[in-house]
Design a protein around this ligand. Structure first.
Ligand code: ATP
Ligand code: MG
Length: 242
């Protein structure tokens, strides 16, 4: 098996008296899509924030590309990107200008061509001169995704990437992520409360509950292990037992 592109060991985050992430370990292989599943408050976003270096872990280690995030933050984050429902981009800039800022921050070249390409992929070419403030929530989500794939990252962290998308666009975005994964070997860690999407997208799933990993494996392995028909039933079973 190739060396993992991301390796998390005994990761923990405490906020005051409460533990948001409680001693979790996992890895992601090159080209793998890993789904992070769990009820509200399970610790998914906190985990992603630690992986992005936005929240400092209380304990544990994070390695990407064989490097320690604690000591090689800049080098690692250059090859990483993310998107989240709660991402906020400068509202007074146009969609296109926002992408230019990101491209410049990452030191990209051939920016105009790449922006054209990405806007086409998320079907936003017609809105390129629209001021970000005026985008609908689904359009904001697509802009956030455009921003995430623009820099051709090796790992993408997606926190509820399809939450506000209509079914047609959500379907296209899933197809797009699979295509990028196939063409560039992208690894993805993402969260979603849409169980069908989890089943369709994830090579492997980690189920978090109260900060701990309570199940992991393929969707099929997990549903079989819990004796349920599908992932949704497993989710309901685990969430209601707690
Ligand atoms: N900055 C913070 N300060 C204090 N507590 C926090 C902070 N951020 C998160 N938490 C707490 O950590 C726990 C995990 O939150 P987190 O946002 O990681 O959950 P989640 O799995 O992403 O949930 P959701 O499905 O609702 O997005 C929650 O109990 C939350 O209240
Ligand atoms: Mg969250």
């Amino acid at each position: 098996m190739p060396a993992p592109i991301l390796e998390v060991k005994s990761l923990k985050k405490r906020f005051g008296d409460s533990i948001a992430v409680d001693d979790i370990s996992f890895d992601i292989q090159p080209g793998e899509i890993l789904g992070l599943l769990g009820p509200n408050g399970a610790g998914k976003t906190t985990t992603i924030q630690m992986l992005l270096g936005l929240v400092t872990p209380t304990a544990g280690s994070i390695h990407m590309f064989g490097l320690d995030l604690a000591t090689h933050r800049e080098q690692i984050l250059q090859q990483v990107n993310f998107s989240s429902t709660y991402i906020s981009m400068p509202y007074s800039l146009t969609l296109e200008e926002n992408l230019w800022v990101v491209a410049k921050l990452y030191g990209m070249t051939d920016i105009a061509r790449r922006i054209d390409e990405v806007l086409k992929k998320v079907e936003m070419e017609d809105s390129r001169t629209k001021v970000t403030r005026r985008l609908s929530s689904g359009q904001m989500t697509r802009l956030a995704l455009a921003k995430a794939i623009l820099t051709e990252p090796k790992i993408l962290f997606l926190d509820e990437p399809t939450a506000s998308l209509d079914p047609d666009i959500a379907h296209k975005i899933r197809a797009l992520l699979k295509e990028v994964r196939k063409s560039s070997g992208l690894s993805v860690l993402y969260t979603s409360h849409n169980m069908k999407e989890m089943e369709e997208m994830s090579d492997r799933i980690i189920f978090l509950q109260k900060g701990k990993i309570v199940a992991q494996g393929t969707a099929q392995e997990i549903t079989q292990r819990f004796g349920q028909r599908d992932l949704e039933e497993v989710f309901l079973k685990l969430a209601r037992e707690s």
